[in-house]
Ligand binder design. Structure first.
Ligand code: ARG
Length: 585
């Protein structure tokens, strides 16, 4: 028991931000300051400029105001009281009262060397013993996926992998829209306009075609709309013919989903969809009524959320049908029952913010204390005229991936003309899909992403291909070393800090764990992409500035090793993002 606790602490103590935050806490306490007096709390932040320390604590300034003492004096007395830790090299007070903290060089080298063999790359299991249900990538089916469907599985998949690395038990569930109003429209469209031959040849296109025709008709033809609704009600009541059609449409959609998600490298533990909860909806509404939460309102039943300053949420329509929100409340109940999750994280576009605020508010009123989080993202768009395979107004996700591979093939052929054609095609697939995924992930999720091919496929910017090429180049150095110095093992030499840029590189490497944790907890994979891009650039500056294979023995081995650690971190980072890593390009 005790041993487990100790080793967990040991694991955590290799994360510099944690060690230094703990040290600073202790320093403030020993100097006689209460953390409660510090507005904003005590923590350290990684700095970009080594002149301000490797990490900095700014708490002395707000504390000074609160306790009426000079901030610089506070900083000095805290520094005098800092506990010793092998990680902490030195600390100095700067400016009005900054506490600048420097990592210890010997510790950096030891830690850097450990990253060379640690399969977790120092990432602590902060989530051990905790469960997260990740709800992402659940499109409304029977319609082909378009580019708007990229971000949820892409961002959700990246966060999912990060949480798993952090030691959480993750249950990834794709909550398909497989029970909604689109089925009434599709069933009517299929009966009226369906073409059996087209349905055999290209079923998803055919389903979309009949859906669009039926939907358009429902907008101008009241009787048609009524019949669509009736078909939906029949389906939801278990009508045999509609159920058979529904099953067929679902199966076709799942095939297409598997294919495209397969190309994206996304997979789920569960693909339940709304229909899975259909038999719980009546009961869910009954519970809401019993608790006095749902009240009749103009023939419907609604939960009024004035206290939360939210509009009422309809949980049963006047025609007796249930809503998207009803299903989501039932889904929370079911997940809590089955998995006892500590958190449920939903990844959808920004248009569902109100929906989730309402659902979360209702779940809290029902007494659920599971943390419910909505990670939302902005739309992704393409500038006009940059895409060659347009179909109507929507661009299909599959067409985007096809075009990415086509364009990547041209890049690969130009960069590696001597590579066998089959290998070029293989590389182009990884580079093309990686470019699309990275172009999305590298943006702050909560912004509109304007996707351009030039940026996505750039070999010299913050792009997937740049990092894939950087990785292959860095990993290649070790092969050159092995060829030049056969039988020698660089790992037998210690890491050395002979140039400032080596220290800069090592500092970045040891920040990998805290970077992953921050990205996961804030729902922003872009924190990892920024980190990887910066890492690749620092390495590249290093590689250009100093000799590697021509360096004196000892230093040469140290540099090759440091390159090896950089390659491992890049590789693991790209894998977390779901981007394929190639040893040779
Ligand atoms: N089907 C929804 C859509 O296409 C996404 C589902 C999100 N998950 C949930 N539990 N509501 O936008």
């Amino acid at each position: 028991m005790m041993r487990g606790v100790m080793s967990e602490q040991d694991a955590e103590s290799s994360v510099p931000a944690d060690v230094l935050t703990a040290a600073v806490r202790e320093g403030f306490a020993r100097a006689g300051f209460a953390e409660a007096d510090v507005p904003g709390g005590l923590s350290v932040v990684a700095t970009a400029n080594p002149a301000f320390g490797d990490y900095q604590c700014n708490a002395a300034m707000p504390l000074a105001k609160a306790v009426g003492r000079a901030p610089r004096r506070i900083a000095e007395s805290v520094i005098a009281a800092l506990p010793a830790h092998p990680c902490l090299g030195r600390a100095e007070a700067a400016g009005p009262g900054f506490i600048n903290l420097f990592l210890d060089d010997a510790w950096l080298c030891k830690q850097g060397a450990a990253l060379g063999t640690d399969p977790r790359l120092g990432v602590p299991r902060t989530g051990r013993g905790r469960t997260i249900v990740m709800d992402y990538g659940g499109p409304n089916i029977t319609k082909p996926l378009h580019i708007g469907h990229l971000r949820s599985p892409n961002i959700g998949g990246a966060l999912d992998r990060m949480y798993r690395l952090l030691g959480y038990r993750v249950i990834a569930d794709s909550h398909l829209g497989d029970w909604g109003t689109q089925f009434g429209i599709t069933i009517m469209g299929y009966r009226e306009y369906g073409d059996a031959e087209a349905m055999e040849r290209a079923p998803m296109e055919e389903l979309e075609r009949v859906y669009v025709k039926s939907y358009e008709r429902s907008r101008r033809d009241e009787a048609w709309l009524t019949r669509c609704r009736e078909e939906l009600v029949k389906l939801q009541a278990g009508d045999a013919e509609n159920t058979a059609l529904w099953k067929r449409f679902v199966a076709l959609s799942l095939e297409e989903l598997d294919r495209i998600y397969g190309r994206l490298g996304v997979s789920f533990d569960l693909v339940r969809g709304e229909s899975y909860y259909r038999d719980r909806l009546r009961e869910t509404v009954a519970v809401l009524r019993e608790r006095g939460l749902a009240r009749p309102s103009e023939g419907a039943l609604a939960v009024f959320l004035e206290d939360e300053k939210l509009p009422p949420c309809i949980v049963r329509k006047s025609d007796g049908g249930f809503n998207y929100a009803t299903t989501d409340i039932a889904t929370v109940m079911s997940r809590v029952e089955e998995f006892q999750p500590d958190r449920i994280v939903y990844v959808t576009d920004e248009r569902q913010q109100l929906h989730f605020r309402q659902v979360f508010a209702i779940c809290r009123r029902l007494g659920y204390d599971t943390a419910l989080e909505h990670v939302w993202f902005g739309l992704m768009r393409l500038p006009e005229g940059t895409f060659s395979t347009r179909e109507g107004t929507v661009i299909r996700l599959e067409a985007l991936l096809d075009e990415a591979e086509r364009r990547a093939l041209a890049v690969v052929q130009a960069a590696s003309p001597d590579m066998p054609a089959a290998r070029q095609a293989e590389v182009a697939r990884a580079v093309g899909v990686g470019a699309v995924k990275y172009a999305d992930l590298s943006q702050n999720p909560q912004s509109v992403v304007t996707f351009t091919w030039d940026k996505a496929l750039a070999l010299d910017g913050n792009s997937g291909p740049y990092l894939q090429y950087a990785y292959a180049r860095i990993a290649g150095v070790r092969n050159k070393y092995d060829a030049r110095f056969p039988g020698r093992d660089p790992e037998t030499e210690p890491l050395r800090l002979s140039e400032p840029v080596e220290r800069e590189l090592l500092i970045r490497l040891v920040r990998f764990p805290e970077t992953v944790r921050r990205a996961a907890e804030s729902g922003k994979p872009s924190i990892v992409t920024d980190y990887l891009y910066d890492l690749a650039q620092v390495y590249s500056a290093y590689y250009q500035a100093v000799p590697f294979l021509k360096a004196p023995a000892g230093l040469r081995e140290s540099r090759v090793r440091l390159g090896g650690v950089t390659a491992r971190v890049l590789r693991r980072g790209l894998e977390l993002l779901g981007i394929e890593v190639l040893e040779r390009i």
